[in-house]
Design a protein. Structure first.
Length: 329
């Protein structure tokens, strides 16, 4: 169906010829280049980049997928524990199957943006759903202690800092339900020491305290469909969900081709077989349109998720922060 939709979308394009059209295109391309340059400058300076409404027209696909799969998500989840003992749900191994997650990850406007920020072609390193369920599952509303993602990636064999994560807000995310918080500019300090903090894991208070005093922390309140992209070196955290509303975020981590681990180093799923092939934006837009018309149901590729988990277990990879070995029941 997706292929038919893509052909129909391409077939509906009109052709406009003439020098005026070519001149207008040059102006538009120049403006786009300037926008991308300023976006890269902001990303390099702050360590993150906000893009409100980036997936506003398509985000209902992910919300419906979670609603439809709530029981399976709670049954097959991995669990992270914060320093206060709070549990939060997350599901990894996403984006490499044939499902709605892959459609978001490969959408051209996202692939082009992260490629611009990293100044390289990219591939999808991993995808993960982080869910603080609120009243839907009151025991699963824990937070995340201050940490840097690259602390875990480096432990797993990723060689450098040319990786970033795009976070897509599936639900409205604010202070009440434990929104993502970042420490602006903290990526410039490199990887800090991460250790166990009571039941959780992250950066100890004696290290993070002075950094927060100097740089502060920014709570990234997001509407459903907003996106933020941040460096793997950026310190980030989130509080527990103390409200009734769910807070679900999709994390898509992209790595630069030039940062691919050497063969045989780290999880085999980190190896790159080539750049991510971007899909025309209209494919995802068509899926959203078909969903609204009741002709498409967004799903997860559970077989692909199970397969990648099984490979990790066979390779002895512990992909969690808390020494919990993920299993798919």
């Amino acid at each position: 169906m997706v292929g038919d939709q893509k052909r129909a979308a391409l077939g509906g394009l009109s052709r406009v010829d003439g020098s005026r059209h070519r001149f207008d295109n040059r102006i538009m391309n120049l403006a786009a280049d300037n926008d991308r340059e300023s976006a890269r400058d902001e990303y390099l300076r702050e360590g993150y980049l906000r893009r409100p409404g980036f997936f506003a027209d398509e985000i209902a696909l992910l919300a419906a997928m979670i609603d439809r799969n709530k029981g399976l998500l709670l049954e097959r989840e991995d669990v992270t524990i914060d320093s206060q003992g709070g549990e939060a749900s997350n599901l990894g191994y996403l984006g490499h199957g044939d499902d709605v997650i892959a459609s978001f990850a490969a959408t051209a406007r996202l692939v082009n943006l992260v490629s611009e920020l990293l100044a390289d072609q990219v591939y999808l390193l991993k995808g993960r759903l982080n869910i603080k369920w609120g009243d839907d599952a009151r025991a699963k509303r824990g937070g995340w202690d201050p940490h840097q993602d690259r602390a875990a990636w480096a432990k797993e064999g990723l060689p450098g800092d040319a990786a970033l994560t795009a976070v897509i807000a599936i639900d409205a995310s604010d202070a009440d339900n434990g929104t993502l918080e970042v420490v602006p500019g903290s990526h410039a300090g490199g990887i800090l020491e991460h250790t166990a903090i009571d039941a959780g894991y992250g950066i100890r208070e004696e290290i993070i305290g002075p950094i927060l005093e100097r740089s502060g922390r920014t709570a990234l309140e997001m509407a459903a469909g907003d996106m933020v992209i941040f460096s793997g070196d950026l310190i980030h955290l989130s509080k527990q969900n103390l409200g009734s509303r769910r807070r679900a975020l999709l994390f898509l981590t992209f790595n630069a081709l030039g940062n691919c681990p050497p063969k045989g180093v780290g999880p085999s799923r980190y190896q790159c077989t080539g750049p991510l092939r971007a899909r025309d934006d209209r494919i995802l837009a068509d899926l959203a349109r078909e969903f609204r018309a009741g002709r498409y149901t967004p799903e997860l590729d559970w077989d692909a998720i199970a397969h990648e988990r099984e490979i990790d277990i066979a390779e002895g990879i512990d992909s969690g922060w808390t020494d919990l070995t993920p299993t798919l029941r």
